[in-house]
Design a binder for this molecule. Structure first.
Ligand code: TYM
Length: 329
């Protein structure tokens, strides 16, 4: 049977070039070859403090941004997690076969809980169970993500195995699918990953050109090409150049680097212009889409209908396998 792809992204702010290079550009490629399902994971986004009034617009913004990047709702299913309530039901069922020890070991949980002031809520810890439910609900084989999600996928496989051994072989074990830019680093600190939660670390896909130029100019590099192993800051600029500039240009800069004659200011100028040029049509398409909110909502709702049809079948089977026999009317 043809392989199936699933992935998700949180509506927690603007999409940055790390999200794009690590995940979204792969989603767009995969939609031509695989049955693909992509999800705006709004239930995940409420595991950190958020403003309920802003959430609806964030969901729409993200839907528009994904489509502006080239995600085609005719080729892939694009939907919003909360429009398929079966995700929460499957999450509960999986909660009963997930070990607390595994959840506590998750780097993302440790990171986020250490930054949280006050109470740490159970949702933050259960986050990877909801993520597992998202993926296996559609019996996905491949999950295009950035490197930071690999640990969550290991846990997803662990939970899937436990389900299959306890209740009968049913779900495939999902595998992560990484790109060469699976870990884009912070511009202002190339030892940390680019992240929405680190100010100055990221460039968004909708950022204005001058701000893009400024951030690239300030990006941390090293004192100069030393030959041999490339420093993490310069390497990161090359990862971005590969994603946003024509291949021959990147090749030329690589040659210059290995010959020790690369000037970082040239690399930065070229990269900044490449990002500006690449993201301009995305910015335009996004605002066009956002200009017609009713149409946008309808596209997402249609995606939700398609996803829900599959989710209902899974839930029907899982309920039966787990011993729930009462009809749902
Ligand atoms: P989120 O919303 O944090 O990030 C979306 C995608 O962007 C990738 N990413 C990066 N890739 C490279 N370099 C970076 N600096 C970088 N920062 C982020 C992430 O790896 C991700 O692929 N837990 C997921 C959302 C999720 C999900 C799912 C993913 C919920 N359910 C089911 C896959 C399948 C997350 O936090 O994504």
């Amino acid at each position: 049977m043809a392989k199936k792809v699933f992935s998700g992204i949180q509506p927690t702010g603007e999409v940055h070039v790390g999200n794009y290079v690590g995940a979204i550009r792969n989603w767009i490629k995969l939609q031509d070859t695989y049955e693909s399902i992509y999800c705006v994971v709004d239930y995940h986004s409420i595991t950190i403090p958020y403003d309920a009034k802003l959430l609806p617009q964030r969901v729409l913004d993200l839907g528009a941004t994904l489509m502006a990047c080239g995600l085609d709702p005719e080729k892939a299913i694009l939907f919003v997690q909360s429009s398929v309530p079966e995700h929460t039901e499957l999450t509960w069922l999986l909660t009963t076969i997930t070990s607390i020890g595994s959840l506590e070991r998750m780097t993302q949980f440790k990171d986020k809980s250490s930054r949280q002031k006050g109470n740490i809520f159970a949702g933050l810890m259960s986050y990877p169970i909801l993520q597992t439910a998202d993926i296996i609900m559609y019996k996905a084989d491949l999950v295009p993500v950035g490197e930071d999600q690999v640990q969550h996928l290991e846990l997803a496989r662990e939970i899937t195995r436990r389900f299959n051994t306890s209740f009968g072989q049913y779900f495939p074990e999902p595998q992560p699918l990484l790109t060469s830019g699976a870990k884009v680093m912070a511009l202002n600190d190339p030892t940390a990953k680019m992240s929405k939660s680190i100010e100055g670390s990221y460039i968004t896909l909708t950022e204005d050109p001058d701000s893009i130029r400024k951030k690239i100019r300030r990006a941390v590099t090293d004192p100069g090409p030393q030959g041999g192993e490339m420093g993490p800051g310069v390497n990161n600029l090359f990862v971005l150049l590969e994603a946003f500039a024509p291949a021959d240009l990147t090749e030329q800069f690589r040659d210059d680097y290995s010959q020790g004659k690369l000037r970082y200011s040239d690399l930065k100028n070229t990269l900044a212009e490449a990002i500006v040029e690449y993201t301009e049509p995305i910015r335009e398409r996004r605002s066009e889409l956002l200009g017609k909110p009713a149409e946008l909502k309808e596209i997402l709702a249609v995606g939700g209908d398609k996803a829900r049809k599959q989710a209902r079948e899974t839930i029907r089977d899982v309920r039966e396998m787990m011993g729930f026999q009462m009809p749902v009317r």
